[in-house]
Each structure stands twice: as structure tokens, then as C-alpha cells.
Design a protein around this ligand. Structure first.
Ligand code: FMN
Length: 178
């Protein structure tokens, strides 16, 4: 069964991206494991330092995963600093990090109507720079996401259909060996 690691771009208790990540993890469970990484406690990136334990845990998790799943909001037209910080730790050494050749599945959300599409474009560009392999397909962008969450789970079945179908396609690709 493919092993996925999830990185979420929001720390809010009522986060729509965290709710969508949890719901995707539950729904994909028959076909893949999706463990959600704890990136909240990773210190700010500092090139003078060796990776702290929190970052090492993430790096090892990415290295051991068959694919990385990102669910992120858009902050000021781009990727939240929380997520970029985690990515930066895992991006070294340049072009030879755990992200090299790593399949990546990307979903963006927003409270507004664009679904975080701009952040999604930025994230794919960042992943390209690390020689990761963003999953190709239509953009998976979930607009008005806050209205689709209840008790930490994503509740809009119609809006869930496409992200879940694409995640299943991603898992199928991993199962077939990329
Ligand atoms: C600092 C900040 C910047 C934001 N910038 C954008 C933005 O550029 N585009 C957008 O569509 N929404 C933006 N939003 C609204 C988020 O899409 C919305 O708060 C969303 O629910 C955050 O994701 P979460 O529910 O996972 O926490 C911003 C929110 C914050 C807190």
C-alpha cells in the first residue's frame, strides 16, 4: 500500500485545509496510508544550524514516503510561511534533497472564490526547483472552503469528489510504479 505524508499549510484549530487533509486521509485509507506531519514546531530555517529534531523528523518522513500530499491555503497570493519554512528545511542539499524525484500531490483552499490557485502555482514552482514531481492534472483548488467544514472534517461531498478522485489517481500511479 503506498505510504503518503501530508503537509498542511495552516495551524488554525478550525482550519479548512487541515479538515480537508484529515478527510482525505480517512477516505483514502483503503488504498493508501496518509500520515499528517507535524510541522508546527519546526524552528525558522537557519543555514548556520544542523537540522533540529523537528526538521529531521520531517526530512525522514518525506524520505520514507512514496509521495507527499500538500493541502494549503493561500496567504497573500502565495504559500504560507509555515509551509515554506518546512519545505526549506527539507530542501537541502540543493537538487539532492529528499524532495528529488518525490511525487507530490497539491490541493489549495481559500475562503474566497479562487481556491488558492495562485499559491498552488507558487508551490508547484517551488517543488520544480527541488526536482520534485508535482502530479499533473487539473488544478485542485477548493473555494469557499470555510463553509464546508464541521468538527474538523470536510463535509461538502460534492466539493470533495474531485480532490478525492484525483488523490485516488495519484495513489494508483504510485502503485503502478510512477
Ligand atoms: C495572512 C492571511 C493571508 C491571506 N491571503 C489570502 C489570499 O491571498 N488569497 C485568498 O484567497 N485568501 C487569503 N486569505 C484567506 C484564507 O484563504 C482563509 O483564511 C482560509 O480559510 C485559510 O485557510 P485555513 O482555513 O486552512 O486556515 C488569507 C488569510 C490570512 C490569515
Amino acid at each position: 500500500m503506498p505510504k503518503l505524508l501530508g503537509l498542511c499549510g495552516s495551524l488554525r484549530a478550525a482550519s479548512s485545509s487541515a479538515a480537508l487533509m484529515r478527510t482525505l486521509a480517512e477516505r483514502i485509507a483503503p488504498e493508501a496510508t496518509l500520515e499528517i506531519a507535524d510541522i508546527a514546531s519546526i524552528p525558522h530555517y537557519n543555514a548556520d544550524l544542523d537540522a533540529p529534531p523537528e526538521a529531521t523528523r520531517l526530512i525522514n518522513g518525506i524520505g520514507a514516503a512514496d509521495g507527499v500530499v500538500f493541502v494549503t491555503p493561500e496567504y497573500n497570493y502565495s504559500v504560507p510561511g509555515l509551509l515554506k519554512n518546512a519545505i526549506d528545511w527539507a530542501s537541502r542539499p540543493a537538487y539532492q534533497s529528499v524532495f528529488k524525484d518525490k511525487p507530490a500531490f497539491i490541493v489549495s483552499v481559500s475562503g474566497g472564490f479562487l481556491g488558492g490557485a495562485r499559491a498552488q502555482g507558487h508551490l508547484k514552482y517551488i517543488l520544480n526547483g527541488m526536482l520534485a514531481v508535482p502530479f499533473t492534472g487539473q488544478e485542485i483548488a477548493v473555494p469557499h472552503a470555510n463553509a464546508k467544514v464541521e468538527d474538523g472534517r470536510f463535509t461538502d461531498e460534492a466539493a470533495l469528489e474531485f480532490p478525492l478522485a484525483e488523490l485516488q489517481r495519484f495513489v494508483g500511479m504510485l502503485r503502478d510504479g510512477g
